[in-house]
Write a protein that binds this ligand. Structure first.
Ligand code: ADP
Length: 734
């Protein structure tokens, strides 16, 4: 506003000052008011500027024609010019004509001369320039922010926020086209109401929406009012009316000739998107597109790097896995060797507990179920020897309860493993134990726990408990599997040991029974034999002659019984290693000859001819009675299984060795029976066809081996058998 003092003059009209024709040709509007504010003069330009004719205005007060005039900057400037008698120039918006006016108020006498100039064009140019300067700086700011954003998400967030703030939009939405090109997927948004969010995360390109249409056509959609929506998207009018937004700009994002996506900006007020507005939003979209394009490269690079890393990781994992598998195998094979090493399972379990620590556990306990179903704590090992005593205390204070819902008690009851990867202090606190035990439990610091059953032949024999404490490790599923495998092998071993012990016990009982029974049988037999002899002596010759056949039979039965009893006694002696030898010079040839003599009747009964053509004495240091036992056994077997065919017996010798062979041509022996023929109670024939206990060859072999020799057989079914006995002539080695 310019002010200048003007001299006060007397009242006169403008017409009096200047010729009116002159006033009509100047480019400025000229009006003159009197002291009451009535129009007294207007030139043609003023008529145009004010939008009214002289006829309409002259003589009328300005307040009548233009209500509220006095409240406008023009009105207040006019009053001040009149009162202060100064000339004032103001620039103001003149609403009735929608123009910007520069008005110079010059008081003249009682009149006020007002010069009017339409400055709308200049004014708009200035505003536009101001606006474009601020937009330019906004755009620069956005470009800087966008280039700092690296990932797609970051670019989206920066773009939507910046665009919303720079344009004064209420809602912003940025979407990128999906790789398949079927839809736009939301990357970032601001101001989208929650209830619409789900609908807005993905917009199909065939949806008839301004945004999708803008993307598909590559042309922005500018919808400045409801009317615009009505014209182009009648189906959306209801929706737009219901929403707070009254205008929207939908701009495609293109970079390097590629359509990447599109951006929506919505406004609360109707808006005429002028050139500058459109240019600005398109520039924003373009900057956004460039940033997205860069981000895409970055994302791809990131993905490639992640892929490469995961490949390396996978390799590392695979190698670790392989190492772990190899370790487990080594561990298991070591455990198996250890377990197979002893049949005494207490020792074995102790070494197992020690093996498990520290490789698989910091603390390991083995508990067994006894025959009576009691729990017997068998072994305990701790990785830190100083803590073993504490662990023992805890075991003592924490006896396994078979009715318990958790832990070893449950494992022993159900045969199902228990695995707690993470044992928290809180979980421990739920245990109902005396506070002293609780303190020790806490001190032990249990972090992870596995308990696996030792199961064999469907029976739970015990359990193996593994705990991680000091090392702070946690059990994984692979550890559980390893523990189960270990428990499986341990159970197998325990079961074997038990079976072995049971078998040993059964054998011991049988041998004890054999020994007692044969001794008990011997006494009445001896007295029976004595009484028979006594009878013979006291009977008259006549009566003796009458019963001699019967008596002979009785004697033979007693002899047979005695021989059976002495066989049993021998077996029990061998079992308990009580067979004793009485060594002396014995002639094998003579011994065979005497035995053949004694068994003459047996061969006759069997129908076998016996050939024995050795005459040379073969002397060695042997036990005469035991040697006779062997010879008799081989000869009676030859008669028994010889099928009435000839039998050949030979005795040969060199300096060191003596050899006896007994050959028959009888039933022979099946190949599969040969290896066990010399075992206890072993027979290759059925009891129905051939009686016998299967002990003769067993005892013979024991005697021969006790004398330092060996016995063998060569036989084929139906082709007879040859038994060969070799004896060192010097007797058994000391
Ligand atoms: P036993 O004759 O009382 O059965 P042994 O220990 O003497 O017991 O013999 C064991 C088994 O060896 C016999 O049951 C028989 O099957 C077989 N055997 C022994 N000697 C002969 C033989 N000379 N020929 C065929 N089989 C024989």
């Amino acid at each position: 506003m310019n002010r200048a003092r003007v001299p006060s003059g007397d009242s006169s009209t403008m017409g009096a000052l200047l010729p009116e024709a002159l006033l009509d040709v100047i480019t400025e509007g000229v009006t003159v008011f009197d002291a009451d504010g009535r129009f007294t003069y207007l030139n043609t330009v003023a008529e145009r500027v004010l939008g009214a004719s002289r006829e309409q205005l002259l003589g009328r007060r300005v307040g009548e024609v233009f209500p509220d005039f006095h409240e406008t900057p023009l009105g207040s400037a006019a009053q001040r010019a009149l009162i202060d008698r100064i000339s004032i120039t103001v620039e103001a918006f003149y609403a009735p004509q929608d123009v910007w006016l520069e008005a110079s108020m010059v008081p003249h006498g009682h009149h006020l001369v007002v010069l009017l100039r339409d400055v709308t064009a200049r004014r708009l140019a200035e505003v536009a320039q101001e606006k474009s300067a601020s937009r330019l700086s906004l755009l620069q700011e956005m470009t800087a922010k966008l280039s700092a954003a690296v990932s797609t998400e970051e670019v989206g967030a920066v773009l939507v926020r910046g665009a919303k703030e720079a344009t004064g939009a209420t809602l912003g939405w940025v979407g990128l086209v999906e790789p398949e090109g079927q839809a736009l997927r939301m990357v970032a948004s601001e101001g989208v109401p929650d209830e619409l969010m789900r609908q807005y995360t993905r917009l199909r390109l065939d949806a008839q929406l301004p945004l999708t249409r803008a993307f598909v056509s590559g042309e922005s959609e500018w919808l400045g009012s409801i009317a615009d929506f009505e014209a182009r998207y009648p189906h959306l009018v209801e929706f737009v009316r219901a929403s707070p937004s009254k205008a929207g700009a939908y701009v495609p994002m293109r970079a390097k000739d590629m359509s990447l996506g599109a951006i929506t900006l919505a406004f609360l007020e109707p808006r005429a998107f002028d050139e500058a507005d459109r240019g600005f939003m398109m520039a924003l979209a373009h900057q956004g597109a460039l940033a997205f394009d860069r981000a895409r490269l970055f994302d791809r690079e990131q993905m490639a790097r992640a892929e490469a890393e995961s490949l390396v990781m996978a390799q590392v994992r695979a190698r670790r896995e392989l190492e772990a598998v190899a370790w487990r195998q080594r561990f298991l094979s070591e455990a198996s060797t250890l377990l197979a090493g002893s049949l005494d399972y207490t020792t074995t379990m102790e070494s197992l507990a020690r093996l498990v620590v520290p490789e698989l556990a910091d603390l390991c306990a083995v508990d067994m179920l006894t025959e009576e179903g009691r729990v017997e704590h068998l072994a305990l090992a701790h990785a830190v020897p100083e803590r073993l005593e504490l662990a023992r205390e805890v075991v003592r204070g924490n006896p396994i309860d078979l009715s318990s819902e958790h832990g070893a008690g449950r494992v022993l009851r159900t045969g199902q493993p228990e695995w707690y990867p993470d044992v928290s202090d809180a979980a421990l606190a739920t245990l109902d134990r005396p506070s002293r035990v609780m303190t020790m439990l806490r001190e032990l610091g249990i972090r992870s726990f596995i308990c696996v059953p030792l199961v064999a032949r469907g029976r739970v024999l015990g359990c193996l408990s593994l705990l991680q404490t000091v090392s702070n490790r946690h059990y994984a599923e692979a550890d559980l599997r390893l523990a189960e495998e270990l428990a499986h092998r341990a159970a197998f071993n325990v079961d074997n040991a038990r079976l072995y012990r049971e078998a040993q016990e059964a054998i011991r009982l049988r041998d004890e029974f054999l020994s007692i029974a044969s001794h008990e049988l011997k006494t009445p037999l001896t007295s029976l034999r004595l009484q028979l002899s006594l009878l013979e002596r006291i009977m008259s010759p006549e009566s003796l002659a009458r019963v001699s056949g019967k008596l002979g039979g009785a004697h033979r039965q007693v002899d047979r019984l005695a021989s059976l009893v002495s066989t049993l006694l021998d077996v029990s002696r061998i079992a308990t290693r009580r067979i004793s030898l009485e060594l002396s010079e014995v002639d094998l040839t003579l011994a065979v000859r005497e035995a053949l003599e004694r068994l003459r009747e047996v061969f006759v009964q069997a129908g076998c001819d016996v050939t024995f053509q050795s005459w040379e004495p073969v002397v060695g240091r042997w036990d005469a009675l035991r040697l006779d036992q062997v010879i008799v056994n081989l000869l009676t077997n030859a008669a028994k299984y010889g099928q009435g065919q000839p039998i050949t017996v030979t005795v040969e010798a060199d300096q060191e060795q003596a050899r006896l062979t007994v050959r028959d041509e009888g039933i022979g022996i099946a190949a599969e029976a040969l290896p066990r023929l010399f075992g206890r109670f072993e027979r290759a024939v059925s009891v129905r066809h051939y009686g016998g206990l299967g002990l003769g060859l067993y005892i013979s072999r024991q005697i021969i081996e006790a004398l330092g020799g060996r016995v063998s057989v060569d036989s084929r079914p139906g082709e007879g058998s040859t038994f060969t006995v070799e004896l060192p002539r010097g007797g058994p080695r000391p």
